[in-house]
Design a protein around this ligand. Structure first.
Ligand code: NAD
Length: 513
């Protein structure tokens, strides 16, 4: 049993060697990487570049040109012109282009893995899983695009000599604003459904991880996507992201990121009449019932708490565990966290790498201190970690014991950070789990599947799970409730595709006379 338990491990790095093709792409012949508008590289009218770094070593990977208001305007105009043709390209042709792009992603798998491992700071086990999402996402939405009827819907009689029908069409120019934590996955989740629905797109990657979107756009050009269909605007969010939100030519925005930024963009969109979908942060919970094996479940929960070092939106940060098994659960959770191998993400065996930037590190350290100030009992108090020879943003995991009424982590902490609260009943746990304003991911752990099922349905979260967490499958919506989500069907389901379309009602009456 002990060795079976030990096999439930945190996501772990294999040694990763940076491919030359990635280094050449980053070096770009000595020039900063430009934004991509209409198939051309742009250095940007602001004459500003920023550096994208490896968070585990602070090595500068590439200099990137920052796109500003003028480039947003040009990209919208270019995408609008491209839309005039792209909207009439058949679904079959769009699918063929998407397939060619996915094949090129497979060809350059190592480069895209390097984007995740080096630019994003991920361990290879997770980066490889992320990479597989490109093909899965493309195939799923190609199927949806073949099923969903665009254009004229069936006509119905609506009155004497009057018939009416629904007309479904793409929005036109659609922007995807992407966070840094899953750049390849989230670019795919935005790009494939929006393009297959017939939109032309602007991608605004996060300033910490611009490389994958820039690389994918180059592959898209090689695949034969017409210029202007895919445009990439690397830049700071508060400047260029804001310009995108303010531009009247952007008809729809798909935002993934933090609730604060999402709400501020929403206010801008509302002023301009732009539709927006929002997939935002979470503060995931897990309820462990008294019949569960505390050591086994503590290891599974530990794996999810530590997925991308806790920088995963739906991951577990709040655990509610039956009092009967709380002590052995906490002991096992502590042992799991303490044994995580902290290290450089490209070195074999690393399980807990550096967080993405110094701002995140400061926020996390403040949250660790606040958890103690709020009455949490530190089992592992966190703090800065050192990794020999690497100047990255390393932190130790944190684990706090708490009790009902003591909310140590009301906000998303985004690190390997969990509170464990012993509870008297599942109902009490459910009330505590649901007291959070977030609502992205939650799970119940029990041998009694029927009871788990009944409880899981009562979570106020977009994804509710029994004996698993962080699951994502195409065909099932992945979205948030409360401050974790906005309107729309979430991602990865047929409604996602519909979100990238609009419908009009058309009435036709006989000519009066
Ligand atoms: P963030 O909100 O700071 O930034 C997200 C994107 O918005 C970036 O591209 C950024 O440049 C841009 N941006 C920032 N300010 C802007 C502004 N004023 N106008 C327009 N754009 C602006 O988020 P982050 O720190 O990059 O990512 C982490 C967050 O994303 C976490 O909260 C995480 O939970 C969430 N997230 C959610 C999901 C989901 O599917 N629900 C998935 C991944 C990440």
């Amino acid at each position: 049993m002990e060795s079976a338990l030990a096999s439930i491990q945190a996501f772990t790095a294999a040694a990763f060697t940076t491919p030359d093709k990635f280094s050449q792409f980053c070096a770009n012949g000595g020039k900063a990487l430009g934004g991509i508008i209409g198939g051309n590289d742009f250095s940007g009218s602001m004459n500003v570049t920023f550096e994208t770094t490896d968070p585990g070593s602070q090595e500068v990977l590439a200099a990137v040109c920052e796109m500003g208001e003028a480039e947003v305007a040009l990209a919208v105009e270019t995408a609008q012109q491209a839309f005039d043709t792209w909207k009439d390209v058949s679904v079959e042709e769009r699918i063929a282009l998407v397939r060619r792009l996915v094949d090129l992603c497979d060809r350059d798998r190592d480069v895209l893995l390097a984007c995740e491992v080096r630019d994003g700071g991920k361990v290879s086990e997770l980066a490889e899983g992320d990479f597989t999402q490109i093909r899965e996402c493309a195939e799923y939405f190609s199927g949806v695009a073949q099923r969903v009827a665009m254009g004229d819907g069936p006509a119905m009689g609506v009155g004497d000599g009057v018939k009416g029908l629904t007309y479904r069409e793409p929005w036109g120019v659609v922007a995807g604003i992407i966070p840094w934590n899953y750049p390849v996955v989230l670019t795919a989740w935005f790009m494939f459904p929006s393009l297959l629905a017939g939109n032309t797109i602007l991608i605004k990657p996060a300033e910490d991880t611009p490389l994958s979107a820039l690389y994918i756009a180059k592959l898209a050009a090689e695949a034969g996507f017409p210029p202007g269909v895919i445009n990439v605007l690397p830049a700071r969010g508060e400047i260029t992201g804001q310009c995108i939100a303010e531009h009247p030519g952007v008809r729809y925005i798909s935002f993934t990121g933090s609730p604060g930024v999402g709400q501020s963009i929403l206010r801008t969109c509302d002023r301009h009449g732009t539709r927006m979908k929002r997939e935002m942060g979470g503060n995931g919970s897990a309820i462990v019932l008294g019949d569960a094996d505390p050591e086994l479940v503590a290891r599974h929960v530990g794996r999810y708490v530590n997925q991308h070092y806790g920088q995963t939106c739906c991951t577990i940060h709040r655990v509610f565990v039956d009092k009967k098994i709380a002590d052995p659960f906490i002991d096992a959770q502590k042992a799991f966290f303490k044994n995580l191998k902290i290290g450089y993400q490209a070195d074999a065996g690393t399980q807990l790498g550096a967080v993405v930037n110094p701002i995140q590190r400061r926020r996390i350290l403040a949250a660790q201190e606040e958890a103690a100030a709020r009455g949490g009992q530190a089992i592992l108090s966190g703090g800065v970690a050192e990794v020999s020879g690497k100047d990255g943003f390393y932190l130790k995991p944190a684990l706090f014991r708490t009790r009902p009424g003591v909310d140590c982590n009301p906000q998303e902490v985004f690190h390997t950070f969990a509170t464990v609260c012993p509870i008297d009943s599942a109902e009490e746990a459910l009330a505590l789990a649901n007291s959070s304003p977030y609502g992205l991911g939650a799970s119940v752990w029990t041998k009694d599947i029927d009871r788990g099922f009944a409880l899981a349905k009562q979570f106020r979260d977009g994804t509710c799970q029994i004996n698993c967490h962080n699951s994502v499958a195409y065909g099932l919506p992945y979205g948030g409730q409360g401050i974790s989500g906005g309107p729309g069907g979430g991602v990865n389901c047929e409604e996602t595709f519909l979100d990238y379309t609009q419908v009009k009602a058309i009435y036709v009456a006989d000519y009066p006379g």
